[in-house]
Design a protein around this ligand. Structure first.
Ligand SMILES: Nc1ncnc2c1ncn2[C@@H]1O[C@H](COP(=O)(O)OP(=O)(O)OP(=O)(O)O)[C@@H](O)[C@H]1O
Ligand SMILES: [Mg+2]
Length: 391
């Protein structure tokens, strides 16, 4: 499953943005306030809309007027083009959100794909204001169009997504995949201070956005995926000098703490007393070696607190994660991260007169020419040649 194209209209700083040819791993550079976090937020918005409804997702973001690009009319539009498999059809999901009589509504919700190279785009579902048509018989890509049955349908409310509100979709693969992409989307915005304290004992398989459940996930990996845990530990030892072992240990009052064993000393250090970089590297290894990767993982500025020479290897870990089936998008301000990226993986955000556009580094002739002469992406960024990404 991979998103290949993302189109956004009227969502905060993105009045109109079209990001094409998204690779499995993509880096976004841009000045403060250019919209890197907002780009990831689009997926948070979709998730809230799916888990609750559009009204709740909009209200959480300050209301429709706050969310829609300032001074703009028309609906907020998010369009995601994705493929379930490399050889599957390109599926388009489009959502238009507007306001009617003070209520947030789905002005249009559409799921379509093209059959074969030249076939007509085929509407799997098409809804406006809570009413529309949807296919009702079992749908796999190879059912001939003529055998598809469509029926008019009505949702309980105009702010509920049809991909959620129509029970029959549970058995439809394309909808399940889309829902899984949105529901399992994960944002990593790791905060050292959140990950340091001890954690109530409990159970967690996936690292939380800020990382505060790191001890629980460590214990889970240790107990249920020992081979993965060993791999994490081996990388940790190779990258952070002195780290010989990491354990999630229970304290007398029943809490769980991480303990880092330094080869030079008999007693381990508890997480509170190890370095920022040590915690962060460990947290990233736990995140990236997750036995069931998130279909889409967004990472905020992974470089913070890490030693620059480790960043190239971290980018390799992102790439491995993407190869195992999870798409990765990361925001970055780091020349070392850019140096480890391929030109096809880099996009820059440029804000002009209040609104941002997104550019592919590979589309820029000057960037391509300079790279061919031996320049590196990090050096070009430092020189301000990736748009105005370096202010
Ligand atoms: N409705 C809106 N219309 C236009 N712009 C908006 C709207 N809402 C928010 N913004 C602007 O969008 C920007 C949001 O930036 P965002 O936090 O995504 O930037 P960033 O690239 O993540 O920055 P940083 O590097 O500081 O983390 C802000 O500059 C904010 O003023
Ligand atoms: Mg940000």
């Amino acid at each position: 499953m991979r998103i290949e194209r993302l189109r956004i209209d009227n969502f905060r700083v993105f009045r109109h943005v079209d990001i094409a040819d998204l690779p499995p791993l993509a880096f976004f550079v841009g000045a403060n306030g250019s919209g890197k976090t907002t780009l990831f937020e689009v997926f948070g918005f979709l998730r809230d809309a799916l888990q609750n409804n559009l009204s709740a997702a909009v209200a959480k973001r300050g209301g429709f007027k706050e969310l829609r690009s300032r001074g703009c009319d028309g609906p907020i539009v998010v369009e995601v083009k994705f493929r379930e498999h490399d050889d599957g059809p390109l599926v388009t999901y489009q959502l238009q959100v507007g306001e009617r009589d003070g209520r947030v509504v789905a002005e249009r919700e559409l799921l379509k794909y093209r059959r074969g190279q030249h076939g007509k785009p085929w509407h799997f579902l098409d809804f406006r204001h809570g009413e529309g048509t949807a296919v009702t018989n079992e749908a796999d890509y190879d059912v001939p169009d003529a055998e598809m049955e469509r029926e008019p349908q009505r949702l309980n409310a105009p702010d509920i997504l049809a991909i959620k509100g129509l029970g029959q979709f549970e058995k439809f693969r394309v909808v399940s995949s889309l829902r899984r992409l949105i529901e399992s989307w994960h944002l990593s915005d790791f905060h050292i201070q959140a990950a340091r304290p001890s954690q109530e004992t409990g159970y967690a398989e996936h690292l939380s956005p800020a990382g505060e459940n790191l001890p629980l996930v460590t214990q889970y990996l240790y107990e249920h995926h020992p081979a993965v845990f060993e791999r994490v530990l081996a990388r940790m030892k190779a990258r952070v000098p002195g780290v010989a072992d990491v354990q999630a240990a229970q304290t007398v009052d029943g809490r769980l703490v991480l303990r880092f064993q330094d080869g030079s000393f008999r007693d381990p250090f508890i997480a509170r007393y190890v370095s920022d970089g040590t915690i962060k590297m460990f947290a990233y290894l736990v995140l990236l070696h997750d036995p069931s990767p998130h279909p889409l993982l967004c990472i905020e500025e992974p470089e913070n607190q890490l030693y620059p020479t480790l960043l190239g290897e971290l980018v390799e870990e992102f790439r491995d994660y993407a190869r195992r089936g999870g798409q990765v998008m990361a925001s970055t301000h780091s020349p070392e991260v850019l140096d480890a990226a391929d030109v096809s993986e880099v996009y820059w955000l440029e804000k002009r007169r209040g609104f941002t556009t997104v550019h592919r580094a590979a589309d820029d002739a000057q960037v391509r020419a300079l790279l061919a002469e031996g320049d590196t992406l990090g050096a070009l960024w430092r020189q301000g040649l990736l748009g105005s990404a370096n202010p």
